[in-house]
Design a protein around this ligand. Structure first.
Ligand SMILES: *Cc1c(COP(=O)(O)O)cnc(C)c1O
Length: 390
């Protein structure tokens, strides 16, 4: 792995994560617990180190997408509560119990199946009820004419003897669009429905210690209004996404590479596959050992900039599988071996995501397994991870 470290790597700044956590905690108030959403290997940042840091910081919960992600954390010694947001087939209830994992329950049929399995194991499964208030993905339907049947289904599910209903939650579709009046109205409508649902359940004697709905968008745009008992920020915890910069949150990941070779290319020549860039002048071109197989999207070809030698410099021509080219003509001081920040604090991933017509989540998740993660605290390396079997 040592040799990989000077090719291309991702630095994970755990101090930035700490800063973001504390900023968000004070934004929603001390009484509200923070769930660290660490699904998809903590959005590509490395779930273990991120989770250990969040555990030290006193996060109330971790959230993952599936049982394998939950087991990875437990096997590594993470003992704090973990919630699986997504689907777990009922035959894995024994493992949920063994690893002490909380499972989202999204409909009555699942509740019944989980209850049967938990009974067979002789253990009580801790669950959070998922209500569908308008995302139309997972959850008990409860909008409009489905309200009463939703209430009844949730009540019957929570009454099952081998399930322990600790929480109830819902998920927003457009909480990250404060500039669109329609989206603000939709989010408030989802929230109102969620609160109506909780009140109807309470009126029937069913209460939940942990009610939660706020994702990053809601923490940014409706912090007090929608905080409830817990909030579930993902992307802003990593210092990216809409509103992150405005709140002073710091990018946790810096994707870095080095200049491997520099060549002077003659005016009129073309560079890389497809010949999409023709040199308008003699050009001092750096070859970077990073390409789309590392997670640098090919759609960014010839339209993005990277940060090197204290300035942003234009990337030229097609991004290849393992390499791409950076125009160093206007930065004569940048030399072979020098560091290049693909994205990070000097070149926000959100900007690259915009250029690629997507969201920052997709770029950090795409940083591939051959890119080692290097964990930093106080600018010192405190851990390294390479997901390859060497
Ligand atoms: C992914 C996810 C989150 C976090 O979303 P962000 O937009 O990253 O804050 C919260 N809740 C659920 C149910 C999710 O699936």
């Amino acid at each position: 792995m040592e040799q990989m470290l000077r090719r291309t790597w991702a630095e994970i700044d755990l101090d930035a994560l700490t800063h973001n956590f504390k900023t968000l905690q004070s934004r929603v108030g001390e009484k509200t617990k923070l769930v660290g959403v660490v699904k998809a290997d903590a959005y590509g940042h490395g779930a273990l180190s991120v989770s250990r840091t969040l555990e030290e910081l006193g996060a109330g919960y971790l959230a993952v997408s599936n049982l394998d992600e939950a087991r990875e954390l437990r096997t590594a010694g993470i003992s704090m509560p973990i919630l699986i947001l997504g689907h777990t087939p009922e035959q894995y209830v024994p493992q949920l119990l063994e690893y002490d994992i909380t499972q989202a329950v999204t409909c009555e049929a699942k509740a019944l199946a989980y209850n049967e399995m938990a009974k067979a194991c002789g253990g009580k499964l801790r669950i959070h009820i998922k209500a569908d208030t308008g995302m139309s993905r997972l959850g008990f339907l409860c909008a409009g004419k489905h309200f009463q049947s939703g209430v009844e289904g949730i009540l019957r599910s929570c009454d099952l003897p081998w399930l322990e209903a600790e929480g109830i939650f819902t998920h927003f579709a457009v909480s990250d669009e404060p500039e669109r009046a329609e989206s603000v109205a939709y989010t408030r409508q989802q929230f109102t429905l969620f609160m109506d649902l909780i009140r109807a359940l309470e009126a029937r004697g069913r209460t939940f210690p942990l009610r939660h709905c706020a994702n990053s968008g809601a923490v940014v745009n409706y912090p007090e209004e929608m905080a409830l008992d817990m909030v579930r920020p993902g992307i802003i915890l990593y210092g990216c996404g809409a509103g992150a910069e405005e709140l002073g949150l710091k990018p946790v990941m810096s994707l870095k590479t080095t200049v491997s070779t520099i060549k002077i290319l003659d005016q009129g020549w073309t560079v890389s596959y497809g010949r999409m860039y023709e040199m308008p002048r003699d050009t001092r071109m750096g070859v970077l050992p990073i390409g789309y197989a590392d997670g640098l999207f090919r759609i960014l070809s010839n339209r993005c900039s990277f940060y090197a030698g204290g300035v942003l410099l234009p990337q030229r021509g097609r991004i290849c599988m393992d390499m791409c080219m950076l125009d160093l003509t206007d930065a004569s001081w940048v030399d072979v071996g020098d560091e290049v920040e693909i994205f990070g604090p000097h070149n926000r991933v959100d900007k690259l995501a915009d250029l690629a017509g997507t969201i920052s989540y997709e770029l950090t998740c795409a940083v591939s397994k051959r890119v080692p993660r290097v964990f930093l605290k106080k600018k010192k390396v405190v851990g390294r991870e390479l997901r390859m079997y060497l």
